[in-house]
Design a protein around this ligand. Structure first.
Ligand SMILES: [Mn+2]
Length: 438
């Protein structure tokens, strides 16, 4: 029995540039920054490699092709990002002779909010790529309005895709209800011999993935996910492929890559091969830990830091292709004075590194000061904050709302209001957690 073979990739974030604490150097003068260029190179290599995979039936990209625009930043992707994207498509379709469909759903990055026009459309014409199947937020909204599924059928391969472009359906009650109703149209028919595959951009972690997609509720044979940047298995048939390379220091601790998914159309059994593209990284991208002691002299501490950075001294000096991205975590017992001293010292060391480009091969140098005493009290997890501030946030909030409404003698649905309040609280707690993550 011939397997159906799908390659899953996601979160390419073309146009991403490492900014904070980076040296002011280009990869190509006035064109691309060093890490930005490395992402382009990696993407093109991956498109080349993937297009040569034998017996490939589908290439699926689960969203966030471009990094910009994002949220309230409405700048389009930089020109090199759009060029790279187009080149990637050309490589793929040329090498596959236009025979392999590329299915793309939009994520939360690289979209002009509130506009129907997308960066995809601003750079390529759909008719140039007859086997590109592109689903944007607008397609989803139309499907919801018309109460129709958003799906793509390939009868000759007996394979059907259900598309879930990114959508903040939880932002407003009215959306959530409509989405809840609509999602039932995304339930595959039973026993028609098709493989049913979902493609979604979102995550349960930030409430952007519907519970029915996150679970086995709808009975898909495979769920290809984007949004989380680490390659990971969520369940036996739910996978994030992750980005191609880590973008920030948090992501350095994860793996990234793409997945070659083989599905047996009869038994629906899966065989999943992970291809780790983070191993293609040309530069050191790492977190260094330095322990600080209470009565350590500043000369001693300075030497320790310089010692670490000496690993990145290069005979040829700065090289945009291999220059390191470094973050130093200072831990130990750090007094207020020491804290100030470290900041001062690191600023001057970074200045030196960045001005001695004939010596240091460093692209980015960041630091973070973790105080031991802070570590002890730093567990601002949702659970903890609820413990400290409110014992039973929902009940106490309900009492509070009830009292207020009684005072005003107004007549609202207390349960509804309490629900809204709890949602606001949870959102606030998530924001606290996110701020911690840098
Ligand atoms: Mn995303």
């Amino acid at each position: 029995m011939k397997m159906v073979r799908i390659v899953q990739m996601a979160d390419t974030h073309l146009g991403y540039r490492a900014r904070r604490g980076t040296i002011s150097k280009w990869a190509i003068q006035n064109y691309s920054r060093p890490y930005e260029q490395e992402l382009y190179d990696t993407f093109l290599k991956v498109m080349e490699d993937v297009s040569k995979i034998k017996d490939l039936d589908f290439l699926v990209h689960c969203g966030d092709m471009f990094h910009h625009p994002f949220l309230y930043n409405s700048y389009p992707p930089p020109e090199p990002a759009r060029r790279t994207f187009k080149e990637g498509l050309e490589i793929f379709f040329r090498n596959t002779n236009n025979q392999v469909p590329l299915i793309y759903i939009e994520g939360n990055h690289g979209i002009f909010r509130g506009y129907e026009y997308t960066p995809f459309e601003s750079h390529i014409k759909e008719q140039e790529f007859p086997n590109l199947h592109y689903f944007k937020e607008r397609n989803l909204i139309t499907a919801i309005k018309e109460k129709k599924p958003l799906e793509l059928d390939f009868p000759t391969k007996k394979t059907r895709f259900y598309l879930f472009p990114y959508f903040e359906f939880k932002g407003f009650e009215i959306y959530q209800q409509q989405y809840d109703n609509w999602i039932e149209t995304q339930r595959p028919p039973k026993g028609d011999g098709y493989l049913n595959i979902a493609i979604a951009h979102g995550s349960a972690g930030d409430d952007t993935l519907h519970n029915k997609v996150n679970s086995d509720d709808l009975g898909y044979d495979y769920v290809a996910l984007g949004h989380e940047h680490g390659l990971k298995m969520l369940s036996k048939n739910h996978f994030y492929s992750g980005s191609l390379l880590p973008l920030n220091f948090k992501e350095v601790l994860e793996k990234q890559g793409y997945l070659i998914v083989d599905i047996n159309p009869k038994t629906k059994s899966l065989n999943i091969e992970k291809v780790f593209t983070d191993e293609l990284l040309q530069r050191t991208f790492t977190i260094i830990t330095i322990k600080v002691y209470p009565n350590q002299s500043s000369i001693d501490l300075r030497n320790k830091i310089i010692n670490e950075l000496d690993c990145y001294v290069n005979d040829n000096g700065f090289d945009s292709k291999t220059a390191a991205r470094l973050k130093i975590n200072f831990s130990g017992e750090i007094t207020f004075e020491k804290n100030w001293q470290i900041n001062e010292m690191m600023s001057s060391i970074r200045r030196d590194c960045f001005s001695e480009t004939e010596k240091y091969n460093i692209l980015q140098l960041l630091w973070k000061i973790l105080d031991i005493s802070e570590d002890l009290e730093d567990d601002i997890s949702a659970g903890r904050i609820q413990d400290y501030i409110l014992e039973k946030p929902d009940a106490e909030f309900k009492t509070f709302v009830n009292e207020k409404l009684n005072e005003e003698q107004s007549n609202f649905d207390v349960d509804k209001l309490a629900q809204i309040g709890m949602r606001a609280l949870k959102k606030a707690l998530r924001n606290i957690e996110r701020e911690k993550e840098v």
